[in-house]
Design a binder for this molecule. Structure first.
Ligand SMILES: [Zn+2]
Length: 143
């Protein structure tokens, strides 16, 4: 079965194995709406393929299922694997960090998966981590 990339209007991106390329667009795991298949990148089951990188990660808070703990953790693991692989294969490396949210309080200083993971480390809760990051954005800088 071919593996396809999908993108939803909410910002979520995901891969799905489908029976054939003629299969209809798939429901988004984050919001449930129909998503759009991205052209190109098709890999057959079992084929070697690097883990998804920052360019494929959801880039909005809604796209992460509003901080869905398992969805965010799965992306964090995927991005970590990609980063480790990029140490061996520089062509896989990406300069910028993947963005987990860019709306609202994060418009000027986007929330990266790295920061989200750091801020969620103690609570284990992505929503709490994002709330902390939001507070940090709002707090007046004390320099
Ligand atoms: Zn969606």
């Amino acid at each position: 079965m071919p593996l396809f990339d999908y993108r939803c209007d909410c910002g979520a991106r995901f891969e799905k194995l489908v029976r054939s390329w003629r299969d209809a667009d798939q429901a988004c795991p984050a919001c449930g709406r129909d998503s759009h298949r991205l052209p190109g990148r098709v890999a057959l089951t079992g084929g070697a393929r690097p883990p998804a990188g920052p360019d494929q990660a959801p880039t909005s808070w809604e796209g992460t299922g509003r901080g869905d703990r398992e969805y965010v953790a799965a992306w964090r693991r995927t991005l970590d694997r990609r980063e480790r692989l990029a140490e061996k294969y520089p062509e896989l490396s990406t300069k910028r960090d993947a963005i987990a949210a860019h709306e609202g309080v994060f418009e000027k200083a986007p929330l990266t998966y790295k920061e989200l993971a750091q801020r969620s480390a103690s609570s284990g809760d992505a929503n709490q981590g994002a709330a902390e990051a939001g507070q940090a954005r709002k707090a007046p800088s004390r320099i």
